[in-house]
Structures are given as structure tokens and as C-alpha cells.
Ligand binder design. Structure first.
Ligand code: SF4
Ligand code: SF4
Length: 302
């Protein structure tokens, strides 16, 4: 069995990427299983998705603790303990990171074990689409390349999965074009198919049942959002052009994180440590006073 774990931020497409990979494998005659985990999360928060591929029925369920391949949609996740990216990675695990950094630069920062490879999918998507957006098709294509699936299967899977999401034919074709570029250019890694250590490492346990009282939500500590920095969540950041701002405050009203305040002159100000880069403010701004800049590398941001 091959065990693939995707890590991304809500809205980047990790869940759909795992579905594309599973569907492509299924189309080639394999047994496939995919499932996401994101809990009561919000856009920009860490999410993970799992794909298992095998020739025989897959009886494992749940989290993939010891993956053969890890696909990371956003380099900022590596330093986020909540994302648990490095969990279960050993010297045989192939780790792909969507990043402007080379594998040597990543290793130089002491980030990761495993067989590391990188490609700047965000830049490829920007070139293909002309704007930011989900990179699920690109992630799925890269993963499919590593595990040895044919391009035709991945192309078919992208078409099916993105059509299920309601995307227009022209957008699906754009995704397939960008994904094919990634499939053909992602640097090779020494992937050992079928080396999953999951089955040997995990003990099966019988489920236990607790009293309903234990499941009742209780909040026992005070609010802490003010001390939580979300700078590392951003792939793109909003930037204000005060000369174009008419002071309508729509950005202030729509920011889900309260990261925008109003200055005495009536113009907004963005507090970047609390800005997660959702860009809702950019969407609602009627005068294009908020522009978008790509973060150069999603670490140590303010
Ligand atoms: S300032 Fe804009 S991009 Fe940042 S969290 Fe608020 S709405 Fe999202
Ligand atoms: S939505 Fe745009 S125009 Fe309105 S206050 Fe915000 S930046 Fe200014």
C-alpha cells in the first residue's frame, strides 16, 4: 500500500488534491481511499488529507501516521506545530513542498527529515491563471507523478473532481494545463512505492464509549486570540493604497479576524500579525484601494 498525506491551509485545495489522486488511482484499477481532517476550522487554518492506494482491499482507516509521501501546499506549515507536518517522516519518506526555496535551502534551515523536493506551484498557478487560487490540481498532479500514475488518469481525475465542484470547462482546462506542467517538471525523488509502515506501526484498538457529559463543550480559559499571530498563514497579503481609499469601511466590516482598524482620519489600517491572508477585504473593496502582494517566503513574517 502507498500512503500519501497532504498538508495545506483551508482554501488551498489539499482535500481536493487527495480526491484527485485517489480518483486517478481508481481509474488505473487500484483500490483507493481518501479522507480529509479539518475539524471546526476556518479559512487559512492547517488542514490535512489522506490518500491510500493499494492493489488489495484497504482495511486501514483514519490518520496516516507513517506516510510514504508527504505533499505540503504551503511552506509556512512546516513551522506550525498545529499542522504536524513532520510527524512520522523518516529517511524513506518523500517530502514535496510548494516553495520558492530549493531543497538545500530548506535543509539549511533545519526543517525536515526525508527525501525532500520542491517546486514553486504558486508561481506556476499565477502564470497560468493570472491570479491567485486553489492549487488542488497541481498538488494532485505532483503526487500522482511521485506514486507512478499515468498523466491521462490524473487529467481525467482533475476533470471529474473539478466538475463536481462546479468549475467551468475553461477553468478545468486551465487547471489541467498547469497540472500537466507540474507533472512533467517536478524534480524526481527516489520514491519507493509500497513501503508504507502504517500497518506494522499501528495497533488496532476496540472503540470505547464515554458518557455524553464528557462530550459537552466547556470553555475553561479566557480568550487568547490577541496573542496568536497568524502572519505565517499568509501566502498573499493585502496592501492598502490610501490615495484610492474612499473610507467606506467595507474592508473593516468584512475582515473575519478583526485585523483592520480605522485611523482617526477615517482610513483603514491593517494589523498584519492578525491578518491570515484570506483577502476578503480585497474582494469587497469597491475602489481597488487594496492590492495583493505575494509573500516571498512564508516564514518569519510580521
Ligand atoms: S486584513 Fe484582509 S486578508 Fe487579512 S484577515 Fe482581514 S480580510 Fe483577510
Ligand atoms: S473597502 Fe477599500 S475603499 Fe473602503 S475603506 Fe477599505 S480600503 Fe478604503
Amino acid at each position: 500500500m502507498i500512503a500519501v498525506r497532504f498538508h495545506g491551509r483551508g482554501g488551498q485545495g489539499a482535500k481536493t488534491a487527495s480526491r484527485i489522486l485517489g480518483t486517478a488511482a481508481f481509474l488505473e484499477g487500484f483500490v483507493a481511499q481518501d479522507s480529509p481532517i479539518y475539524g471546526a476550522e476556518r479559512r487559512g487554518a492547517p488542514v490535512a488529507a489522506y490518500t491510500r492506494i493499494a492493489k488489495e482491499p484497504i482495511r486501514e482507516r483514519g490518520l496516516i501516521v507513517h506516510p510514504d509521501l508527504v505533499v505540503v501546499a504551503d511552506a509556512s506549515l512546516i513551522q506550525d506545530p498545529a499542522a504536524r507536518v513532520i510527524e512520522g517522516i523518516d529517511e524513506r519518506t518523500v517530502v514535496f513542498i510548494n516553495s520558492q526555496m530549493t531543497p538545500e535551502q530548506v535543509h539549511a534551515q533545519g526543517f525536515l527529515p526525508g527525501r525532500l523536493t520542491t517546486l514553486d506551484l504558486t508561481d506556476i498557478a499565477l502564470q497560468q491563471f493570472g491570479k491567485r487560487g486553489a492549487i488542488s490540481a497541481l498538488l494532485g498532479a505532483v503526487a500522482g507523478r511521485f506514486v507512478g500514475l499515468r498523466w491521462e488518469s490524473i487529467e481525467d481525475a482533475i476533470g471529474r473532481e473539478l466538475a463536481d465542484l462546479g468549475l467551468a470547462d475553461a477553468v478545468i482546462t486551465q487547471n489541467q494545463t498547469a497540472a500537466r506542467h507540474c507533472y512533467e517538471t517536478v524534480p524526481a525523488a527516489d520514491f519507493e512505492a509500497g513501503t508504507s509502515r502504517q500497518a506494522a506501526a499501528v495497533q488496532l484498538r476496540a472503540p470505547t464509549y464515554e458518557s455524553p457529559a464528557r462530550g459537552t463543550a466547556r470553555i475553561t480559559s479566557g480568550p487568547n486570540s490577541a496573542i496568536r499571530s497568524m502572519s505565517g498563514w499568509r501566502t498573499f497579503r493585502p496592501v492598502l493604497r490610501p490615495d484610492l481609499c474612499n473610507g467606506c469601511w467595507l474592508c473593516f466590516a468584512n475582515c473575519p479576524e478583526g485585523a483592520i482598524t480605522i485611523k482617526p482620519d477615517g482610513k483603514p489600517a491593517i494589523y498584519y500579525p492578525h491578518c491570515k491572508g484570506c483577502l476578503d477585504c480585497v474582494e469587497v473593496c469597491p475602489t481597488d484601494a487594496l492590492t495583493v502582494e505575494r509573500e516571498t517566503e512564508a516564514v518569519n513574517k510580521t
